[in-house]
Design a protein around this ligand. Structure first.
Ligand code: GTP
Ligand code: MG
Length: 195
């Protein structure tokens, strides 16, 4: 587990509500339902710290968690399809983009990709936004338990190919299952190593 406690700080609905930019921050971005909140729960070993659900669009605010004294973990609303009213979705998508493009202390964005689906055009758009904003991002494949090894290898190659055109991409992928625990220790070590 992480050194130090993890606590929920606040849910943010506007850029003006962001906590002071005084800590190293890592965030979890990805399409609705890809498994962002579940990954935070797996990383922290707390089953329901971040609210996860089978309904795309569960997370509708930018949720800040403290990790010890020195970092924020940030759970983001999903992009792409969501089961919520269009006007509301548009508002949180705009907030999400403002956050990703304009948060000075954002040290790394983890871009989550479902191992069954690979990189979709909405993922590509977010990666391009991160390129333009010079935010280093790293792809985390999620729900690896849902595919066989051959399918997993195929998606890994597809993702690596898609990353070629993104200068802000960190080359190493992390393959995870929040359900089975695969890759969780690796990801914890990566986060712990970010100063
Ligand atoms: P939004 O907040 O709506 O954008 O979704 P999210 O990306 O936070 O996804 P969430 O963590 O809520 O998970 C969505 C669904 O996928 C839930 O039903 C989870 O139980 C399931 N899920 C998440 N991770 C895994 C995994 O590693 N394996 C399996 N089998 N299911 C998972
Ligand atoms: Mg969520």
């Amino acid at each position: 587990l992480f050194a130090g406690p993890v606590d929920f700080i606040k849910g943010v609905v506007a850029m003006s509500g962001l906590p002071p930019a005084d800590r190293v921050e890592v965030c979890f971005a990805g399409r609705s339902n890809v498994g962002k909140s579940s990954l935070i729960n797996a990383l922290t070993g707390r089953k329901s710290l971040a609210r996860a659900s089978n309904t795309p669009g569960r997370t509708q605010e930018i949720n800040f968690f403290t990790l010890g004294e020195e970092k924020y973990l940030v759970d983001l609303p999903g992009y792409g399809y969501a089961e919520a009213p269009v006007a509301i979705v548009a508002k949180w998508q705009a907030l999400l983009k403002s956050y990703l493009a304009g948060r000075s202390t954002l040290r790394r964005a983890f871009v989550l990709i479902d191992t069954r689906h690979g990189v979709k055009s909405v993922d590509d758009e977010i990666m391009s936004l991160l390129d333009r904003s010079a935010v280093t991002f790293q792809v985390v494949l999620t729900k690896a338990d849902k595919v066989n090894r051959i399918e997993r290898e195929r998606i890994i190659e597809q993702v690596k190919g898609a990353l070629q055109k993104h200068p802000a991409a960190f080359p190493e992928l992390v393959v995870t299952s929040s359900e089975k625990g695969d890759g969780i220790e690796t990801l914890r070590a990566i986060i712990a190593g970010l100063g």
